[in-house]
Design a protein around this ligand. Sequence first.
Ligand SMILES: Nc1ncnc2c1ncn2[C@@H]1O[C@H](COP(=O)(O)OP(=O)(O)OP(=O)(O)O)[C@@H](O)[C@H]1O
Ligand SMILES: [Mg+2]
Length: 244
Amino acid sequence: MGKVTVITSGKGGTGKSTVTAGLGAALVRRGDRVLVIDCDAGMRGVDLMLGVSGELVFDIADIVNGNCPPSSAIYRCRIIPELYILPAPQNVEDEVSPYVMKQLVRVLERYYDHVLIDCPAGIGSGFESAAVSAGSALIVTNAEPLSLRGCDKVRMGLRGLGIPEVRLVINRFNERRFRKAGSFPDLDAVIDKAGARLIGIVPEDNVAASAAQRGEAMEGKMSAVYAFDRIAARLDGVSVPLGM
Ligand SMILES: Nc1ncnc2c1ncn2[C@@H]1O[C@H](COP(=O)(O)OP(=O)(O)OP(=O)(O)O)[C@@H](O)[C@H]1O
Ligand SMILES: [Mg+2]
């Protein structure tokens, strides 16, 4: 997988920011130095999950507008050393253009083993800026018809940008609810509907999700953490069997 990975979804709320934060932490556990770029202008959230929201002064737009050097807008995550975050602008009007974003990421990626970019949902405003510099993409979906609806559009959008590797993350998976809903006969049908190769399944894990919401590290014996570790290994090119 590429070094710069954009985390996308067709529909909002499928867990992009949670997956970005969880994968970032998992890559750090593997010994990688990781930069998370929040590209969800106006809706930033991953800073909260990484426990730095109280410290933020500058963001991507400040770098681009020359208000500060890049190093002043990149925050070291205290709860997970070697994880760094570049926050999104607070206002959607300050969104950075795809051209400028590409130049910026090209420079920043030299200093990290992985760059994870948290993308806004869908292919509307901000999608191209978030995805244009990526070498690979994750589409995060839940195993529900509504959540899968926008996947094809995102896939097309990613293809239009020439992103070579696109993989699927099924997030918040709850086997009992999945069977009870009966919308799909099995997970293969979900993967077929999404139209992308699976890289991992993250179970519903309210303990991990609540920790992230409080800005605490997702670590220890949490089922989602186990899943993030396996996806991180695959991002690093290690062959790990699929499944939870
Ligand atoms: N694996 C999981 N288990 C339980 N809850 C989860 C899981 N992943 C995400 N959630 C919860 O789902 C909600 C949406 O997650 P998150 O904010 O990460 O989604 P998002 O795709 O970034 O949303 P948006 O499109 O608004 O940016 C949050 O309440 C989060 O705690
Ligand atoms: Mg989000």
